[in-house]
Design a binder for this molecule. Structure first.
Ligand code: AMP
Ligand code: MG
Length: 355
């Protein structure tokens, strides 16, 4: 299949006539059962009609995604939520008021019009109202309900730039809307409102502290930062080794100079065995590192830039054919919790503590 790539001015509400026309065409593709990748504020999404079971099947096929891993339904107006849920708790309204449009996904009981294919057979549905203007206009032109997982091949890091989408899905989908680099870089925070108290199933830009300002109580799924709980994660997709680069990743925790010494000595051993080596770090410590490829996530302490750059850096490690990667760790608080969750999953929970 020939994948059409259409460039749109990122982040503007005022689209040109040509851009409106492109968005209308993209919407028609989705209405007719086709697939269009588009930018959101978190990562690029792969959009299909959420209320069409065939579209959901096509999404799983294009991504190579297991069909028990449900899709998030994207809407563009709050009122649309009524048609796809069977119940709207007060907490859901309060969260929507505080964080929509934005990087928050809510799990709610589904109404019968949402097909089992979209929800992976669950009787709940994941819903998000994104803030990116390209995403919102596309959703409006698509009939209002767009199922959109991240626009990567299953198991690869989520795409934060249009070329990463083309690399994974070129030839497999009808269109890619190129809106430039995304702003946040990590997938949305997922909160399950079908349990009491509500529970965070995936950490993201909307942190636990932010949620606590709106909800009286909110718990976190214990599997988010631990590899060996013996429990299945409550978001089915979180059980897969996700977000992963091709090389083997190890996270190193400890004092910065000791972390650098450990990484350098391991990388030297790996090199002797003929591996290409990589180190992922932040600016202040970068000059300490010795490996074939050293990549920077941004200023040390700037978690926003680490979140924005993480997936692109993991993909660059693949492009440079690095076989062994070592990464600095992040404090598991605020946005750092989401970064560590993605890093740990990319590393298959391999962590070394040096002292
Ligand atoms: P992605 O679309 O790639 O960002 O992944 C969506 C995530 O949302 C996956 O981890 C899914 O398992 C999770 N998810 C979607 N729908 C539900 C649901 N109804 N209940 C629990 N988790 C869900
Ligand atoms: Mg994904």
């Amino acid at each position: 299949m020939d994948t059409k790539i259409e460039k749109l001015t990122a982040g503007t509400e005022a689209f040109s006539q040509r851009e409106e026309e492109v968005l209308r065409r993209a919407g028609s593709i989705i209405k007719e059962g086709g697939l269009v990748a588009f930018p959101t504020e978190t990562v690029y999404g792969l959009g299909g009609d959420a209320l069409n079971r065939e579209s959901a099947r096509r999404i799983y096929a294009a991504k190579g995604r297991p069909s028990d891993n449900p899709l998030i339904v994207h809407i563009c107006q709050f009122e649309q939520i009524h048609a796809i849920v069977s119940e709207l708790p007060r907490d859901a309204r309060r969260l929507a008021e505080a964080f929509w449009p934005g990087p928050l996904t809510m799990i709610l009981p589904k109404s019968p019009c949402v097909p089992d294919e979209t929800t992976g057979g669950l009787d709940t549905v994941a819903i998000r109202l994104p803030s990116n203007p390209i995403a919102r206009k596309l959703i409006a032109y698509s009939g209002g309900y767009v199922a959109a997982p991240s626009a990567n091949l299953s198991g690869r890091p989520s795409p934060t730039a249009p070329d990463a989408v083309a690399e994974d899905l070129g030839g497999r989908i009808e269109m890619i809307l190129d809106g430039g680099d995304v702003g946040i870089g990590l997938e949305s925070t997922i909160v399950d409102l079908t349990v009491s108290p509500p529970q965070i199933l995936r950490p993201g830009y909307v942190t636990q502290e932010m949620l606590r300002q709106v909800l009286e109580k909110v718990d976190t799924d214990v599997t988010i930062l631990a590899g060996d709980t013996g429990q299945a994660p409550r978001a089915p997709g979180m059980k897969y080794r996700h977000y992963a680069p091709k090389g083997e990743l190890v996270i190193v925790k400890g004092e910065p100079d000791k972390v650098a010494a450990y990484m350098n000595s391991q990388a030297a051993l790996d090199s002797e065995r003929g591996e290409r080596t990589g180190i992922i770090g932040t600016k202040r410590w970068l000059s300490l590192y010795r490996a074939d490829v050293v990549k920077c996530l941004g200023e040390s302490g700037d978690v926003e830039s680490a979140a924005r750059n993480l997936y692109a850096v993991l993909r660059q490690m693949d492009q440079e054919q690095v076989g062994r990667i070592y990464s600095e760790s992040f404090a598991e608080q605020g946005l750092g919790e989401a970064i560590m969750n993605r890093l740990l999953k990319a590393a298959g929970f391999r962590v070394v503590e040096v002292s």
